[in-house]
Structure formats: structure tokens, C-alpha cells
Design a protein around this ligand. Structure first.
Ligand code: GLU
Length: 305
């Protein structure tokens, strides 16, 4: 059975959410309306008798529970509503992979992990794997393992709707640009060639709040994330739509657990081939202005890192 969950509960109270994040609340719920209405939530067939020579998986099997690190303040990607329910494309990817590893949705514990602590959380074994707009790159590969890419985004800019002065990454001289500690778009925008004055925060929802309040002029991160915020605050925010990096998303796991890495790659391929991926995509990311096309579909077979 497939269900449609509404994200409305999580998005009604902008004022409260803003206060919570400003006070260091656990997850931000930026935006007051989930434009696009319902977010898809699929049921995936749970595999039985899974044997993988992975220490992480064996421990999870013994505990009958798998811990997955995700984001909580990215509408249509990884979003936690006020009832504590997670929804979005990354959440669906996490559920598909967990199902092939033998875990039902009820056996998943989602943990909200921000960008700046991903590598340490994964390496210390505080999560079994991670699905949260996580760009695969060589620097990170020194610390963690990756399966994927299951999607490729690009860094872009979110601005106030009425601001016509920002037209792309080359119009940021002297502008205050918010981005997230530990994220690749922040590293990019800090390059002197852009001349931007960067403001570095640890939660995306706090950057959105600063943009709405006029404390910063733009927020830079992946277009897929920004489109979710723009969809929620269409009256106030817009995405510039001039992507200037490539951000291939991977599932992160412990670096030395090759068996788990391969099992997750196989699980991703399985759900891309059987249509689950496209259905989940259309019901989540597809609703916030990143339509599914042949170009956004991952190339198969996936690389084995
Ligand atoms: N994909 C980028 C990264 O992994 C930005 C999004 C994020 O912070 O998760 O750094």
C-alpha cells in the first residue's frame, strides 16, 4: 500500500519554527506553506534473510533497528514535521535501501545530522549510513565511503523575489551570502573570485530566515534544496537558476565497510531499475520544481568506489 503524507503539519508555524531554530532547536522547519501539497511516501518490499559481511549491518540486524542520518529542514528532500515524521526524496532513498537490507520503515531510526558533522558521525558509527544531500568528492572519500551517485544537483542562489541585482555567481561582489558550515557550496563561494561576504551558519533554515529578514542578500547551496524553500515561500523567494557547480549525491557510510557499500549500491540500482526511484522522485523533488528527466536519472551501473 502506498500512502500520501501531508507536510502541512510541519510547515504551518513559521514564527514558531523560526524561534525554535534561533534558540538552537533540533530541526528547523523553514517556510510556512508546503507548496505542492502532499509529499509521496512509498512502501518498499522488505528483503528477508539478508547476509552481508558488514560489521555495521550485523550490529543493526542484532538490534533489529537501523540508524540513518538525514536532514530535517530541507522540504521535499529531508524534512521533519512537527509530528516528528520525516519526508522527502532522501527519506525515500533511505527507506528503499533499508528495505533491501532487510529493515522495514518501522525499524528505521532517523537521526537529524547537519552538514558540518557528517564525517565524524559516520566514522564514529553513530549512524549506520547517511542520506542527506551529501556530495561525493575526493576529500570526503578519504574519511567515509560512498554509494551512488543517485542524483546530481548544482550550487545555485536563493534571493528575495524583488531583488533583481543578483543574476548569478558573478554578481555577488560585496553581497552578504549565507551558506552552511561543512558544505561544498560554502567552500566554493568563499573563493576570492566571487568577492562575496560570506555568513556561515549550521542550519539551512537559519540561512532562509536571515534572507527573509534582510540580514543577508542570498543563500547558496544546491538548487534542489533551494527550490524547496522557494516553493514554500513563492511570494518572497526565488532561485536564480544559474547553477555553478556539480553536486553528485551519495549515500555515506563507514569508509572501511566495503561490503555495506556494495550492498547499498546494488539496492540503489534495484530501485532505479524497478521504477520506485522515479515514482518517489516525482512525488517529492518533482513537486518543488526539479522535474524528472533522462538527464537527472542516474547512469547505471553505479560506480563501485
Ligand atoms: N551537497 C552539498 C554538500 O554535500 C550541499 C548540501 C549539504 O550541505 O548537504 O555539501
Amino acid at each position: 500500500m502506498r500512502m500520501l503524507k501531508t507536510a502541512a503539519a510541519g510547515a504551518v508555524v513559521l514564527a514558531l519554527a523560526a524561534t525554535a531554530t534561533a534558540c538552537g532547536g533540533e530541526s528547523g522547519t523553514a517556510g510556512d506553506k508546503p507548496a505542492g501539497g502532499e509529499v509521496y511516501s512509498g512502501d518498499y518490499k522488505v528483503a528477508s534473510g539478508v547476509t552481508v559481511d558488514s560489521p555495521v549491518l550485523k550490529k543493526a540486524q542484532a538490534a533489529k533497528k537501523i540508524v540513518i542520518g538525514v536532514k530535517a529542514d530541507q522540504p521535499f528532500l529531508g524534512f521533519k514535521d512537527t509530528a516528528g515524521t520525516y519526508s522527502g526524496f532522501d527519506i525515500e532513498i533511505a527507506k528503499m535501501v533499508a528495505a533491501d537490507l532487510g529493515f522495514s520503515e518501522k525499524q528505521i531510526k532517523f537521526d537529524t545530522i547537519d552538514s558540518n558533522v557528517r564525517e565524524t558521525t559516520i566514522s564514529k558509527g553513530q549512524v549506520d549510513f547517511y542520506v542527506g544531500t551529501y556530495t561525493i568528492n575526493d576529500e570526503r572519500k578519504k574519511q567515509v565511503g560512498f554509494a551512488g551517485p543517485y542524483y546530481t544537483a548544482g550550487a545555485d542562489l536563493l534571493v528575495r523575489r524583488e531583488d533583481k541585482s543578483i543574476t548569478g555567481p558573478n554578481s555577488l561582489k560585496g553581497k552578504k551570502v549565507c551558506s552552511i558550515v561543512g558544505s561544498t557550496p560554502l567552500q566554493e563561494i568563499k573563493k576570492p573570485k566571487y568577492g562575496a561576504d560570506t555568513v556561515q551558519l549550521s542550519k539551512y533554515s537559519d540561512c532562509v530566515k536571515s534572507l527573509l529578514d534582510g540580514q543577508v542578500d542570498a543563500l547558496t547551496t544546491d538548487d534542489a534544496i533551494l527550490k524547496g524553500y522557494a516553493a514554500q515561500r513563492h511570494d518572497k523567494l526565488r532561485v536564480v537558476e544559474k547553477p555553478f557547480t556539480k553536486e553528485p549525491y551519495g549515500v555515506g557510510m563507514k569508509k572501511d565497510d566495503k561490503a555495506l557499500r556494495d550492498a547499498i549500491s546494488t539496492a540503489l540500482e534495484h530501485h532505479i531499475k524497478n521504477g520506485d526511484y522515479e515514482k518517489a522522485y516525482n512525488g517529492t523533488l518533482g513537486k518543488s520544481g526539479s522535474p524528472f528527466t533522462k538527464d537527472t536519472a542516474p547512469d547505471l551501473p553505479l560506480p563501485r568506489y
